[in-house]
Design a protein around this ligand. Structure first.
Ligand code: NIG
Ligand code: FE
Length: 424
């Protein structure tokens, strides 16, 4: 029983659906009073069983034996945050490239000179599974501390069969060892490996890597949820990307890929044709692309850290939301954009992408869960969903907006992070 909360704040979710347009700004606040606090009843599976005032819960469950209580006295409860896009498994960092980019080098200039993803691939190939797991665990802890309860994690710094599988195994281990829910993504087409053409790399992904992954999934050795590709000028073109995504889809993976980031490539139109679950970045999305994604029900995952750090034009989020697209948020944590904090991402989304705070909350909860095909169990405080929650400190008054307003450090704001009903 999570008891004595003052407020339960959440997006007005409607079960499994992502929110669009004006619905993204509707916040539902359940208010307790000085005499009537609010409680959440969680069952042994970590699912929300009931929500109500303390009296209502007692009335509805007269024989209730509570074996664990979490005190949320006078505080505010919001849904746990969902980070819809991260690259959290890698070795080596790229602090030296940060200096180059500050001095004016573009992302693609660094990449073409053999740095960027290639630099990380070299280090990740050399690292052992244990080394990768160790740094991954630390990163997950940081994410949990800032309120993330479900995170999408990509491979993509191997670009060869063995390293891609090593990365997917590292992600797999954390599913059972760690108090955070994970959606894993095979991103073997994250860049064209040195010594290969993009056509050769496309064939390797489709005819060698994907079949091997399928075999391991069938044998229960691996669980993979999504297929990703970097659809970009000079990386994988739109047709190559389409074939890779289609091959993944035929294996039962959800399509969730990088598109229309640095150049307009009609990624959104192509993804919509394949009924992509989600498409990330979209800085250069066209008007047709917006319309196509609205029609195909694909979620647009925007990543404000990327535009910020690379000084790109931000994605046209106002056009996307006002046009009826379900927009979600991700941190894009990777050696280029070193940010693990969804509250900071929400802050940037408000300032740089011109989202309102309620829209940012919807984008970082129910909509990012929908981007991972997991809105049936995540992203809102509803009966039958996981009790993944943040308890916000009520220092002055209970104002959930402090989570977005305060920049960077959230120790004062976040009192507890709750995963499947347990404080983590
Ligand atoms: O989402 N754009 C491609 N992939 C990543 C960057 C990965 C990297 O630079 O290591 C992104 O920003
Ligand atoms: Fe990315």
């Amino acid at each position: 029983l999570i008891h004595s909360a003052r407020q339960i704040v959440q997006v007005v979710a409607n079960g499994e659906r992502a929110l669009r347009g004006r619905d993204m700004s509707t916040i539902a606040v359940m208010e307790g009073s000085d005499t009537e606090y609010l409680s959440l009843l969680v069952n042994r599976k970590g699912l929300i069983e009931d929500i109500g005032t303390d009296t209502e819960i007692k009335m509805r469950h007269p024989d209730l034996k509570v074996d664990r209580r979490i005190d949320a006295s006078g505080q505010c409860i919001i849904p746990g945050l969902v980070d819809a896009h991260t690259h959290p498994v890698w070795a080596g960092d790229r602090v030296h490239e940060f200096a180059m980019k500050l001095a004016g080098a573009t992302y693609m200039e660094v990449h073409k000179a053999g740095g960027g993803i290639h630099f990380t691939v070299d280090h990740t190939r050399r690292a052992s599974e244990e080394e990768l797991y160790c740094s991954f665990k630390k990163r997950l802890s940081t994410m949990i501390k800032t309120g993330t309860t479900l995170v999408e994690c990509k491979s993509g710094y191997g670009l060869d069969m063995n390293t891609e599988i090593k990365m997917l195994k590292v992600i797999e281990r954390a599913r059972t060892d760690f108090h955070i829910d994970i959606s894993s993504t095979y991103c073997g087409a994250h860049a064209v490996p040195k010594g290969k053409t993009s056509a050769e790399a496309t064939e390797d992904v489709i005819n060698a890597q994907l079949p091997k992954i399928k075999e391991m999934m069938n044998d229960g050795e691996l669980m993979v949820d999504n297929i990703d590709v970097f659809c970009e000028q000079g990386v994988f073109d739109t047709e190559q990307s389409r074939r890779i995504l289609q091959a993944g889809k035929e294996m039962g993976l959800l399509i969730n890929f990088h598109g229309d980031e640095l150049h307009p490539t009609r990624s959104a139109e192509m993804g919509a044709e394949l009924s992509a679950t989600a498409i990330s970045h979209l800085e250069e999305i066209s008007d047709d692309g917006i319309a196509a994604m609205v029609k195909s029900d694909s979620v647009g995952v925007v990543l404000p850290t990327t535009a910020y750090i690379l000084r790109l034009n931000p994605p046209p989020v106002r056009k996307m939301i006002d046009g009826g697209m379900a927009v979600a948020l991700g941190s894009d944590f990777n050696p280029n954009a070193y940010c693990m904090s969804m509250p900071l991402v929400m802050h940037l989304a408000c300032v740089i992408l011109k989202m309102s705070m309620p829209e940012a909350l919807a984008a970082a909860t129910i909509n990012s869960a929908a981007a991972l095909g997991k809105a049936d169990m995540h992203g809102s405080i509803e009966r039958g969903k996981y009790a993944n929650l943040i308890v916000i400190n009520a220092t002055r008054q209970v104002l959930w907006e402090h989570l977005i307003y305060q920049m960077g450090c959230h120790d004062e704001v976040i009192h507890y992070v709750i995963h499947h009903g347990s404080v983590v």
